[in-house]
Design a protein around this ligand. Structure first.
Ligand SMILES: Nc1ncnc2c1ncn2[C@@H]1O[C@H](COP(=O)(O)OP(=O)(O)O)[C@@H](O)[C@H]1O
Ligand SMILES: CC(=O)N[C@@H](CCC(=O)OP(=O)(O)O)C(=O)O
Length: 294
């Protein structure tokens, strides 16, 4: 038997969710689930339950997942090192095979299975399915030599997204779970950074929100304090002064790209906090860093 005050508190918390459920009813929420946020099983279970709940109360969650650490593990097992240039994995042919196996297979199916175990109807797909994410080879500008471009293998830059398959799944009660792989007219496969895929897909879908689940409380200042709100301009300033670095640069970059493409808000939140998604979407507190246009 739950003590009375706890029950009253619970009822209060539940009733607080009502305006958010109403506001986000039938809205698309793109959720980027980073490989670093998938470390513990109980967190993955909580994530899956949150996604099912969002769908049940009438939202259209679309999951785009990463799997960087999981790719690195398998590469290590076959004696291959992971190399990154400007946040992108150098992807030779052998690495591409591993990327396709891990993203399109292991990680994708793991998330699909968890969501379905909790009563959802998740459908796993990569950007190759239904030809929906088109990409071309990404060339990275050298930081040492002006005008020189570096070949980092089969890394894809998104050229177009056809959202029909996602909209079809959304309208049919399904929850799309997208692995960030792309294709081109010749049928070549491309490894796409998951932050890029989530940000671009959110833009094309004109999503209400794009939420990046990662392994920090959000964007932190130099003293380690959480920055609860940023505008695109403040993001640029924080990159220029070195506050934002490493893997956070593409994340905030594509969050800004998404809000500039019509997504209302972008959020960077801590995937290590149980039910972080529900806290962000259904409570007045919100969590993490909110990025929106002024
Ligand atoms: N200002 C900052 N605030 C928070 N994290 C930052 C910041 N600058 C750099 N980072 C780094 O970015 C990392 C998140 O990016 P990344 O490792 O690529 O995440 P994911 O695997 O979830 O995509 C953090 O763990 C942290 O090490
Ligand atoms: C081109 C590129 O870097 N692709 C990424 C795709 C996975 C990813 O982005 O995973 P996280 O979100 O977990 O980092 C990679 O190979 O690691």
């Amino acid at each position: 038997m739950i003590p009375l005050h706890t029950a009253a508190e619970k009822a209060h918390i539940l009733s607080e969710a009502l305006p958010y459920i109403q506001r986000f009813y039938d809205k698309t929420i793109v959720i980027k689930y980073g490989g670093n946020a998938m470390t513990e099983r109980h967190l993955m279970e909580a994530f899956a339950k949150d996604v099912v709940l969002l769908k049940l109360v009438g939202m259209n969650p679309v999951v785009v997942h990463g799997g960087g650490p999981q790719i690195a593990n398998l590469l290590k097992k076959i004696g291959k090192q992971s190399d990154f240039i400007q946040g992108m994995r150098v992807t030779d042919e052998e690495t591409l095979d591993v990327v396709e196996m891990v993203l399109g297979g292991l990680v994708n199916q793991d998330i699909v299975t968890l969501i379905n175990k909790h009563g959802g109807k998740a459908v796993g797909l990569t950007g190759k399915d239904g030809n929906f994410i088109h990409a071309k080879k990404m060339l990275v500008a050298s930081q040492e030599e002006l005008g020189k471009f570096l070949d980092i293998g089969q890394v894809g830059e998104i050229t177009s997204i056809d959202p029909k398959i996602i909209q079809l799944l959304d309208s049919g009660d399904f929850i799309p779970v997208v692995a960030p792989l792309g294709t081109d007219a010749e049928g070549n496969a491309y490894n796409i950074n998951a932050d890029v895929a989530a940000g671009k897909l959110a833009g094309v879908l004109k999503a209400e929100k794009v939420i990046f689940l990662t392994n920090t409380p959000g964007v932190l200042d130099k003293a380690g304090n959480l920055l609860t709100g940023l505008t695109p301009r403040q993001v640029d300033e924080r990159i220029a002064d070195g506050t934002i670095s490493g893997g956070m640069i593409p994340k905030v970059g594509y969050a800004v790209d998404a809000v500039n493409s019509g997504v209302k808000t972008a959020h960077i939140i801590d995937g290590r906090v149980e039910h972080a998604l529900l806290l962000e979407i259904l409570t007045p507190e919100g969590v993490g860093t909110l990025i929106k246009r002024v």
